[in-house]
Design a protein around this ligand. Sequence first.
Ligand code: PEP
Ligand code: MG
Length: 582
Amino acid sequence: MSIALHGMGVSRGIAIGKVHIVEHNQLEITEYPIDEAQLEVEVRRFETAIALTRQQLRAIRDHIPAATAGDIAAFMDTHLLMLEDSALTQEPKRLICELKCNAEWALKLQRDALVNVFDEMDDPYLRTRKDDVDHVVHRIQRILLKQTPLRHEVPDSRLNGYIVLADDLAPADTVLMQHHGIVAFATEYGGPTSHTAILARSLGIASIVGLHQARRYIRDDDVVILDGTEGVVIVDPDDRTQSHYRKRQKQEKRSYALLIKLKEAPAVTHDGVTIELQANVELPKDFAAVHKVGATGVGLYRTEFLYMNREAPPDEDEHLRAYVDVLKALNGLPVTIRTLDLGADKQVDGGGRQAGPVPSNPALGLRAIRLCLKEPSLFRPQLRAIIRASSMGSVRMMIPMLSNIQEMSQVMEMIESIRDELHETHIEFDPHMPIGAMIEVPAAAICADVFANELDFLSIGTNDLIQYTMAIDRVSDEVNYLYDPLHPAVLRLIHMTLEAGQKAKIPVAMCGEMAGDTRYTRLLLGLGLREFSVHPAVLLEIKQIIMASRVNELTYLAKKALKSRSGIDTAELMQHINQRTH
Ligand code: PEP
Ligand code: MG
C-alpha cells in the first residue's frame, strides 16, 4: 500500500526512483581525561584532524563541475574559511589544555557555544548558518573518531538515478550527490533557508526538508515519488500514480524551459504597462543569480551580514570594499543598499551588542535606524562608505524602520555633514545619489505622503509592515496564523503608500516577501505597484504573471479588495482572478 509523507518543498521538480538512505550514524562523543604529559599529543591529534578535514573539503571543491561552480564553490569556501577561523582551530586547543580533556569533547563544547550564538538570532537565514558549523564540526569529529567515509562520499555509479533520504545533509553532500547522478533528496530536518536547500535550488535538484520521521516508513531501495514543488513523498506508488506524476514531470520541464526564455523579455503587462523587476540580495554570492534571471537591478541589498561573526563592527574601508565588489558584480545595474537593520533581538557582536537584559518586546525596541541614530559611531562609517560608493556606480541608499520624519531629518543631517567632509578632503561622491525610506512601520505608511515629499523613493517592507499592523511577532509560531498579507488594513496601508508616491511623483517599490509571492502579484499590480524586488528564484515566475495580466482589469479587483471585510474574502476574490490568463 502506498503512503504519502509531507514536508516542506524547497527545490521544485518531480523525481521518481529508488531510495538510498544516508545514515549519518550519530556520533557518540564522550569526555575522557588527558594526562598533563599527553596534552601536547592530544593537541597535535586535533591539528591533524583539522588538516585532514581541509584536504577532504578541498578535494570536493576541486571536483565541482565548472557549469555549477559559482554558488557551490562559495559554499565550500565558507566551510574552508571556518577551518581558518580561530573559533574552530584555536579555541578547542585551549579547551583541551585548560580542561585536560580529549579533542572530540573540546570541539563539542566549542560547537555548543557557537551554535548558541546563532540560536539567539532573529533572522531565520542567519539562524540556519549554525548548520554550517555543525557540518564542519561533524566532519572533523568523524576524522577524530576514525569513522569510514559514508557511501555517498565514495564514487559509486550505482547511485545514479537514486533519491537520497537523510536526517540532514551538508552542502558538501549535495555537491557529491550531483556527481553520483542523484536526482533528488529529502531530509528529516532543516529549513528552507539552509545552505543545503539553497544549493539544491541552484543545482536544480528536487528536494524536501522537514520530512519528519521519514526513515521510519522508508527503506533502502523502496520506490518513491518526490514532489519538491508540493513537498510530498509518495512511498511505493501504484502504476496510475506513477503515470500521473510522469505527466506532471514533463509539464514542469516544459514550463521551466518557457520561464528561462523570459529572462531577456521586458516585464510589460498585456496592456502595455512596464514593471520594474529587481532582486533581493542577502549575501555577495547571490549576485550571480541576479544576472541569471535578468533582474534589472538590486532593489534590496541587506547589509547585516557585514556585522556577523566578528568582534568589532566593520570600518569604513571594509564597507567600501564590499560595496565596490557589489558594483563590479552588478556590472552597471543599479543597487539599493539598505543601511544596517540590527539591534534588539538581532544582536551580533560586530553590531555593538547591547549591554543589559534583552528587552521584553525586542521587535518594538532599539532596532535598525533607532540603533543607528543612538550609536553614530556604528552608523557613520557605513553612511560614508555608501556615499563614497555612489561615485563608482548606480547606488541608492535606503533607510529601514523609520517611524517619523524627524528620524529621517537626523539621517539627512549626518549625510550632509559627511558630504561636507568628503568635499573638503577632495573625496569623490555623487551629490545626487537617491535616498529613500523603507515603509514598514504603520505610522510611516499612514504618513507616507510626508516621507514621499522629502525623499527620492520609498520601498514597502511587508514583512515588518504586516508584523506591526497585526501586532504579532513575525517569528512567533503561536500567532503566525494572523500574519495575513491580505488583511484589508495591510492592503490599505500599501495602497496609501503607493498613492503617496504617485502624488509626489517618486517611485515606490515593494521588497518584502509579499512582492515575491505569486498569489499576490495581480492584486499588487491592481493596487498600483510598479516596482517589485523579489528573491531571484521567483523573479521569472512573477514576470510570467505580469506579462499575462491586464492592469486595467486588476484596478477594479484592487478596489474591491480594499473594501473587503477580511483577508479571507480577498483570497476568494483573487483565486478567481489568478486563474485567468490572457
Ligand atoms: C521587510 O520588513 O519586509 C523587509 C524587507 O525587511 P527585513 O525582512 O529585512 O526586515
Ligand atoms: Mg524589515
